[in-house]
Each structure stands twice: as structure tokens, then as C-alpha cells.
Design a protein around this ligand. Structure first.
Ligand code: SF4
Length: 313
């Protein structure tokens, strides 16, 4: 029996190294828009003002790509079996940022997937989205059957846990598939809520970014970290993995085949002093094509200073 277009795309996506792929009709995310607006009204986005811009565009794929009929959602496992080095001399880096910039890796694979889809149907046009586009990636992953959004607000897959990057291709064709929406398997667990040292998960499924160590150490552009963050850094220099580390679903984590996610320079934590004395030239050299560029040298130095001070207390 000839395979369907969905089966062919799925097979190719897995060949390209994606770990999960699914399809969802490109409808407006009305329920998610409602949740987003409530979250924004409370100011839980902190200084991430781009999140408040155009919530309509964020939730209506046709405003991003007018011909969109289907959203193809993919997940790429980035788990590598290394551990953080726990020493006061070093600051921990979030797992997602250990290796090369995932934007480039995902984009390259999605580009090849789109080219393949065009060979199946020459009329196909598509738009690739990787994190930087205003699209609700986790919501699409849920609709495409990849997993569910946990109480810590990350996407969880049953087979790889939450250590996955997400990407999408919006295409101008309808793709039929028997999508089975994954039910929420958090149940009565509250491990992530209890473990968060700053209480950033203010209620199940709702994160107040203003209290989140990851947000503060990566996105916040203030010269000083907020007191509550400084007091609870727990050794984090860039990002934070606490809520994911305690999640029982991450017992299903598996090693990725993508070597580019292995820690650069074998570093899962960075010397605090090396950051404090780093010149701009050294920063450019060390963090070229690394996701850690996001915090800028100024942000890394601010975080390193806060870690150094917390060690001296
Ligand atoms: S730690 Fe528990 S509550 Fe939190 S996301 Fe994982 S399963 Fe859900």
C-alpha cells in the first residue's frame, strides 16, 4: 500500500535526526490566546516585551504565513549524559546551551525537510520557524501529538522527557494524519513546583518569569539581579534546569545522536573568574555560535559577580 504524505514526511524527519514529528491544522489558537493574554496581564513576562507584541500574530499562523494550512511540528532530543560540575569556583550552564546553537542545527534540518516535501508536491510552499518566530511552539507540539505541557510549562514527551528543542514548518497543503493528542501525565505530582527555589511556578502550568532564575540569568538586562534571584542562584550562571531535573518524566531521557549538543570544551559549568576577567575578544571567540551569546558578556559578568558574592557569604 502506498504510504501517505504524512508517513513519508515522518520517515524523512526521523532520517534527518528529528525524534518526534506531528501535524496539526493551522487554526487560530483561541484557548492559548486567552491564556497568553491572562499571563501578560499579570506581567509574568517580565521584560520580555516581544512576548506582549501582537498576541494575535503569535496565535494565528495565517498572520505569519497567509497560505498556512498545516503546522508540522518536530522535536529534537538534546540530552547528553554529562553532568554539571558542582564547585563554588564554577557557574552552571543550562543543558540546552552546552553545545552549538540549536537554532542553526534545527533550521538546517527543517530546511532539508521542507526541500524533501517540495519533491513530493511541487506546489508546496512553506515557512520555517525556530524559536525566534512569534509562534507558540509548545502549543503546536501539543496539537501535533508530540507531548503535553507540564506544570513547569515545558513540553514533556513520553519517550524523551523534556530535553527537546522544538521547531515548525507551516505549509500550504492539508496533511491528514491520525494525530493522537497526548494526555497530561503530570497527575498529582508537584515535584517541579516544590523544587523551584524562588517559587517561580506560581500555580500549576503558570511561571512568573520575574521569579525565574533562567529568565533572570539569560533575558533580564538590568545591571543587578533581583535580590530573590541572587539569594537562590544555586550555582547557576546561565539558565537553570532545576524544574526539569526533578521531573520524574526525565527518567526516560535518552542520549541524543547529535554530537553538536555535546558540551563545548567539555564544559558544563564555567569558571567564575574566567568570566569576570573575560575581554570582549575572548568572549567572541569562546561563545561564537553558542546559545550563551543571548546573555551578552555584560549579563554573564553580572551573573558571575552575583555567584562570587554568594560564595563569600
Ligand atoms: S515535575 Fe511533576 S508536575 Fe512538574 S512537570 Fe514533571 S511530572 Fe509534571
Amino acid at each position: 500500500m502506498a504510504s501517505t504524505i504524512a508517513e513519508k514526511i515522518r520517515k524523512k524527519a526521523l532520517e534527518l535526526g528529528f525524534h518526534k514529528v506531528g501535524f496539526a491544522p493551522a487554526e487560530t489558537l483561541m484557548h492559548e490566546r486567552d491564556l497568553l493574554e491572562k499571563w501578560l496581564e499579570k506581567g509574568f513576562h517580565g521584560e520580555m516585551l516581544w512576548m506582549a507584541r501582537e498576541p494575535e500574530k503569535r496565535t494565528d499562523p495565517k498572520l505569519l504565513f497567509p497560505q498556512a494550512k498545516t503546522v508540522i511540528s518536530v522535536a529534537l532530543n538534546y540530552y547528553t549524559p554529562f553532568q554539571h560540575e558542582e564547585t563554588p569556583k564554577k557557574g552552571k550552564i543550562s543543558r540546552y546551551a552546552w553545545g552549538d546553537d540549536y537554532h542553526e542545527i534545527l533550521r538546517e534540518k527543517l530546511q532539508r525537510l521542507l526541500e524533501f516535501i517540495k519533491t513530493l508536491d511541487h506546489e508546496v510552499e512553506g515557512k520555517i520557524c525556530v524559536d525566534t518566530s512569534p509562534i507558540m511552539e509548545k502549543a503546536w507540539a501539543v496539537r501535533a501529538g508530540l507531548g503535553w505541557i507540564g506544570k513547569h510549562s515545558n513540553l514533556i514527551t513520553k519517550d524523551y522527557g523534556s530535553w527537546v528543542f522544538l521547531g515548525e514548518i507551516l505549509v500550504n497543503i492539508e496533511i491528514e494524519d491520525e494525530t493522537k493528542i497526548e494526555t497530561d501525565h503530570c497527575g498529582s505530582c508537584t515535584a517541579c513546583i516544590n523544587a523551584c527555589p524562588t517559587g517561580a511556578i506560581v500555580e500549576p502550568y503558570v511561571v512568573n518569569s520575574n521569579l525565574c532564575i533562567s529568565y533572570a540569568t539569560i533575558e533580564l538586562r538590568e545591571p543587578e539581579l533581583p535580590e530573590k534571584i541572587k539569594e537562590n542562584l544555586n550555582g547557576w550562571l546561565y539558565g537553570c534546569d532545576i524544574c526539569q531535573e526533578v521531573c520524574p518524566w526525565n527518567r526516560f531521557q535518552k542520549e541524543t545522536e547529535e554530537n553538536r549538543f555535546h558540551p563545548r570544551n567539555n564544559e558544563t559549568s564555567v569558571s567564575i573568574d574566567s568570566i569576570l576577567s573575560m575581554t570582549h575578544e575572548q568572549y567572541i571567540e569562546r561563545f561564537r555560535r553558542s546559545p550563551m551569546k543571548r546573555a551578552k558578556l555584560q549579563g554573564l559578568k553580572r551573573n558571575a559577580e552575583a555567584l562570587k558574592n554568594s560564595n563569600q557569604k
